[in-house]
Design a protein around this ligand. Structure first.
Ligand code: F6R
Length: 275
């Protein structure tokens, strides 16, 4: 007989809970809702920032765009406004940017980061790093090599936050990306371009390429938080946390990271296993 318990407002059976645990190859945190997950991650980041402040050191943050981390940024902004959390000792490196794309384009990740975080906190603009979608093509390779070097110069990423795409991408490391990949110019998967079409009006307007941190760059982070909310991510999340490690689902590489946590809501984790 299975015991029924309440989890995140959804009732799931004890047997199902056991099944989920049995197949998980990386630690997960099943949150009541995205708000709970975002609060948890934002509090962890705030604590890390304050600890580094006490030691007079920088905190090096790897940042993601897209819908998944927006509530984390909202909470960090709130903490800055209401609790005096300062970002003066934060150095940030964003995961990716479409290529080519002007920084002032509506869809640019530069614009996104300013809208949701940088314009509302006291981070030093000189400490903000986002891949440059405006570079002439002949300068991209050097830019990417320098991006990885800069991360190392600051002592590596302390915390990296991630979302996951329907292709299983992290950053824009699409299926076929190698574990040893570094920051580079990549071709976007068709599914990723279809998903981005809503932001660009239509699919034809979505750039075919992007600059992204590599898998190796991401895996070098000391702590990784990855988030997925909603039933549309359930299938790829199941592959990421239960499947064999494979370059066809780049998020599976995270199974090999010593300090990763996957934040999910019940819509995202429940459904893939119930059928
Ligand atoms: C964004 C990024 C992507 C997104 C992923 C999920 O900087 O690197 O990997 O995290 O596509 O996007 P959302 O959160 O919009 O579902």
């Amino acid at each position: 007989m299975s015991i029924r318990i309440q989890e995140g407002g959804h009732e799931i059976s004890g047997a199902l809970k056991y099944m989920l645990k049995k197949f998980e190859k990386m630690p997960i945190k099943l949150c009541v809702d995205p708000e709970e997950g975002a609060l948890h991650i934002a509090r962890y980041i705030a604590l890390a920032i304050r600890q580094k402040q006490q030691d007079n050191q920088y905190l090096v943050l790897g940042l993601a765009t897209g819908s998944s981390p927006i509530k984390v940024y909202n909470e960090l902004v709130r903490m800055h406004r209401e609790e005096g959390l300062s970002f003066k000792n934060v150095v940030s490196f964003n995961l990716d940017e479409y290529y080519p794309l002007k920084a002032d384009a509506q869809q640019s990740y530069v614009r996104f980061m300013h809208e949701y975080l940088f314009d509302h906190v006291d981070i030093d603009p000189a400490n903000v790093h986002i891949p440059d979608g405006e570079l002439p093509i002949e300068k991209v390779e050097q830019f990417c090599a320098d991006y990885d070097k800069k991360i190392q110069f600051f002592g590596g990423l302390d915390i990296q936050i991630l979302g996951i795409g329907r292709t299983g991408h992290i950053g824009f490391n699409e299926p076929g990306s190698w574990l040893s990949s570094k920051t580079r110019l990549v071709k976007l998967d068709h599914v990723t371009r279809v998903d981005a079409a809503k932001d660009f009006g239509k699919e034809e307007n979505v750039p075919y390429r992007a600059i992204t941190m590599g898998i190796q760059t991401i895996m070098s982070a000391k702590q990784i938080f990855i988030m997925a909310w909603g039933s549309h991510k359930a299938e790829i999340v199941r592959e990421a946390i239960e499947g064999e490690v494979s370059e066809m689902v780049p998020a599976t590489f995270l199974q090999g990271h010593a300090n990763v946590k996957f934040y999910l809501d019940p819509r995202c984790r429940g459904r893939a296993n119930s059928g």
